[in-house]
Design a protein around this ligand. Structure first.
Ligand code: HAM
Length: 435
């Protein structure tokens, strides 16, 4: 029978790989709490017009990449290609932005029918943060800090911040005209993609990765020279905030972003370690979107971080993000098996991760499974130990001596031993015995 495989570009995340994701999700939750952002959960399906109206009819996402279908009522629905628009839709619908400023975050799968390659998938995951209601550059900086802190906590180095300003829509419209004039004057040098973009979205030509296009792009007029005064002040304000906080950045005049809703600040965190898909995090200001989706005029900014790319950076940073049990419980005999259930439960109550053997087997085969589990210790309970009211704690990752410990002393003994050798492994954030 032919095996049914997963849809191309949509990945299973298997045990062994999931632990890095869990670690990442824990860190995101912690960092978001530290900055007082609140989680929001929004549907994966939305009405197609929502995305078309806000991301932009002429963008790659809306033109080519959305998973769109009619449901049984004939309504056109789309699997969300990103989270910002749904967040704003939900906020407007539920009056979250009425005379209030809100900081939100979300995490979940997004869908884009792109050509799959390393770091680019059709189902991928984003963590996003959105600060709605603030006008100043300080909140742009805060958003940047939150992403920087996620990298820092995960020990990820070499992620570089690039910033730019797209100005007000009026300034951008003027710049648009200069840009079209310039590219028209060098029409012969444009590749097929750029010729198409010249008609529909000339700003996106600046985004071209084609090496042959780079000299034309480099000589193009830059937006920052055509910014309105307010956007320029805002941009300088952001630079000051970043300078004051000692956050290094590079001003990239070619950074334009692929979604139409941006105004003023845009930024990306990029890593050379990721290959072609180098942006691990991207965002900016979208001061018109709330109004565009039926709310009152409300300034806003945010970003989204690509979790597949971040997990890859975690892997490259060589941290061991596997989650392994502290101890593997091995038993011999029926009475020991029953007693072990109680002892293991009590150890879990005290914050330890205990993997029970379950399913019997010889001592040798149980020890082998214990070794494969990655646990630091085996806790052995046989007939002799049962008679004495003790267990034997055997180190599995060192030559240290096996030790007999009374039932009521197991937590203390295991706690001491685990804390002596537990570095580098992922531990639960709360561990009453060890902390
Ligand atoms: P975006 O640049 O389209 O922005 O995506 C943000 C991040 O999601 C990218 O930098 C990348 O890490 C990841 N990403 C995007 N597409 C894929 C893909 N096909 N496979 C794997 N990872 C991908 C947005 O989505 C905006 N909503 C960001 C934002 C939030 N702006 C304001 N608030």
């Amino acid at each position: 029978m032919e095996l049914i495989q997963a849809v191309r570009g949509m990945n299973d995340i298997l045990p062994g790989a999931v632990e890095a994701w869990q670690r990442l999700e824990d860190v995101i939750r912690e960092v978001m709490a530290e900055y007082a952002y609140q989680e929001i959960r929004i549907p994966i399906l939305e009405r197609t017009t929502l995305f078309a109206r806000s991301i932009g009819e002429q963008t790659d996402i809306v033109e080519k990449e959305m998973y769109t279908f009619d449901d049984r009522n004939g309504d056109s629905l789309t699997l969300r290609p990103e989270g910002t628009v749904g967040c704003v839709r939900a906020g407007v619908q539920h009056g979250l932005f009425h005379n209030r400023q809100v900081r939100l975050w979300y995490l979940g799968p997004m869908f884009r029918h792109e050509r799959p390659q390393k770091g680019r998938y059709r189902q991928f995951h984003q963590f996003g943060a959105e600060a709605i209601g603030w006008d100043g550059p300080d909140v742009d900086a805060e958003l940047i800090f939150t992403a920087g802190r996620v990298f820092h906590v995960l020990n990820i180095e070499g992620v570089e911040l690039e910033i730019n300003s797209l100005g007000s829509p009026d300034a951008r419209a003027k710049y648009h005209t200069y840009l079209v004039d310039y590219f028209e004057s060098r029409r012969d040098e444009l590749d097929a993609d750029s010729l198409k973009r010249l008609q529909r979205n000339p700003l996106r030509i600046l985004d071209s990765k084609n090496p042959e296009m780079q000299s034309v792009i480099e000589q193009a007029p830059v937006l920052i020279d055509h910014l309105d005064d307010e956007s320029l002040r805002h941009f300088e304000g952001l630079c000051h905030c970043l300078d004051d906080a000692g956050v290094p950045y590079r001003i990239n005049h070619r950074l334009v972003r692929g979604l139409d809703y941006y105004t003023r600040t845009v930024f990306e965190w990029v890593s050379g370690a990721l290959g072609a898909q180098s942006a691990v995090c991207a965002g900016g200001r979208y001061d018109r979107l709330v109004e565009q989706l039926g709310g009152r005029p409300t300034p806003a900014a945010g970003y989204a971080l690509g979790l597949e790319r971040l997990v890859e950076l975690m892997r490259l940073s060589a941290g061991d993000h596997r989650s392994v049990p502290d101890a593997y419980f091995v038993t011999v005999g029926e009475a020991a098996e029953l007693r072990a259930v109680q002892l293991a439960e009590s150890l879990r109550d005290q914050g330890f991760r205990i993997q029970s053997n379950c399913g019997g087997g010889s001592l040798k085969s149980q020890m082998k499974r214990g070794d494969q589990s990655g646990a630091g210790f085996a806790i052995l309970l046989g007939e002799r130990e049962m008679q004495q009211g003790v267990v034997s704690i055997k180190p599995l990752r060192s030559d240290a001596q096996q030790e007999l410990v009374a039932f009521d002393q197991i937590a203390t003994a295991l706690g001491t031993r685990v804390s002596q050798c537990g570095e580098g492994r992922v531990r639960s954030t709360k561990h009453p015995v060890r902390e």
